[in-house]
Design a protein around this ligand. Structure first.
Ligand SMILES: [Zn+2]
Length: 283
């Protein structure tokens, strides 16, 4: 199967009340771990890249990896650009072959966020690419986006409905109390807003900051309309720890050993999450 957009996979997920895992890869090895596990579990999957990762490797390199891996794959794979603040860079990635993009103008006032999102959505529509947009402020540290906790506010339901109207979004990311990075305390999730926004917009909801939430939180959020769950921090930990722990255990300058351990370690995180989100066997 070729690379696909997120639209159909997320509509199906929302309808059947499971979520598709969106995993942030950082290189070929982490990409391979994500796709291999999704294939083994017969699960649709979203491969996500931060803007920082795309700038590090260059857009064409990442697309060439994905095409090599996904063109022969029996499962649907979407290549999604995570949190991009610049419409120009969204265009660069669409032109390079991304099948899905997230415009994040959530730091701007409502009207400016809407204008930037509309601009990105027009580019994406013309190219047949799916779009995710954010409203409200999701706390935490991600790339160069830092939102101090006191600065955070949840998405207002009426504003969210007004925002999504007339935009052809595949998925919507309202701030609902989750955070990027590692949770310091018990997060307070606004489940009522997930349910109301999902119902009134008719859109699948994206859950950001998925690392470290309790299993019941995922299950409840998914039952209320979350159909895309982002996992980034847990992948970063598995990627580094998998390599370093194997080296420390063996102390050999043989890179394929720790690289194999890294592949397994990232794969375990992906396995655990796909099973938890209920997307296993949905292909
Ligand atoms: Zn995010």
């Amino acid at each position: 199967m070729a690379l696909v957009t997120m639209t159909d996979m997320l509509q199906k997920a929302k309808g059947e009340k499971y979520a598709v895992g969106a995993f942030n890869i950082v290189d070929y090895n982490s990409l391979r771990a994500v796709v291999q596990v999704a294939e083994a579990l017969k699960a649709p999957v979203i491969v996500q890249t931060s803007v920082k990762t795309v700038r590090f490797w260059g857009p064409s390199t990442i697309v060439s990896w994905l095409r090599e891996i996904a063109s022969e794959s029996p499962i649907p794979v979407a290549l999604h650009l995570d949190h991009c603040k610049e419409v120009d860079y969204i265009k660069t990635c669409i032109d390079a072959g991304w099948t899905s993009v997230m415009i994040d103008a959530s730091a701007k006032p409502f009207e400016e966020n809407l204008a930037a999102t509309r601009q990105a959505a027009e580019l994406a529509d013309a190219a047949g690419v799916s779009v995710e947009a954010e409203m409200g402020r999701i706390v935490g540290v991600e790339d160069d986006i830092f939102v101090a906790e006191h600065d955070a506010h949840l998405a207002d339901v009426d504003e969210a409905v007004a925002f999504c109207k007339d935009l052809n979004l595949a998925v919507f990311a309202p701030a609902i109390g989750t955070a990027h990075g590692v949770y310091k305390g018990e997060p307070k999730i606004a489940f009522d807003r997930i349910e109301e926004i999902a119902r009134r917009t008719g859109l699948p909801i994206a859950l950001h900051g998925g690392t470290g939430l309790a299993d019941e939180v995922f299950r409840k959020a998914i039952s209320l309309g979350c159909a895309k769950v982002n996992i980034s921090t847990a992948i970063k930990y598995a990627f580094i720890d998998g390599f370093v722990d194997d080296y420390n255990a063996n102390r050999k300058y043989e890179p394929l050993g720790p690289l194999g351990a890294q592949l397994d370690c990232v794969g375990q995180v992906v396995t655990q999450n796909i099973k938890l989100f209920g997307s296993e066997g949905k292909v």
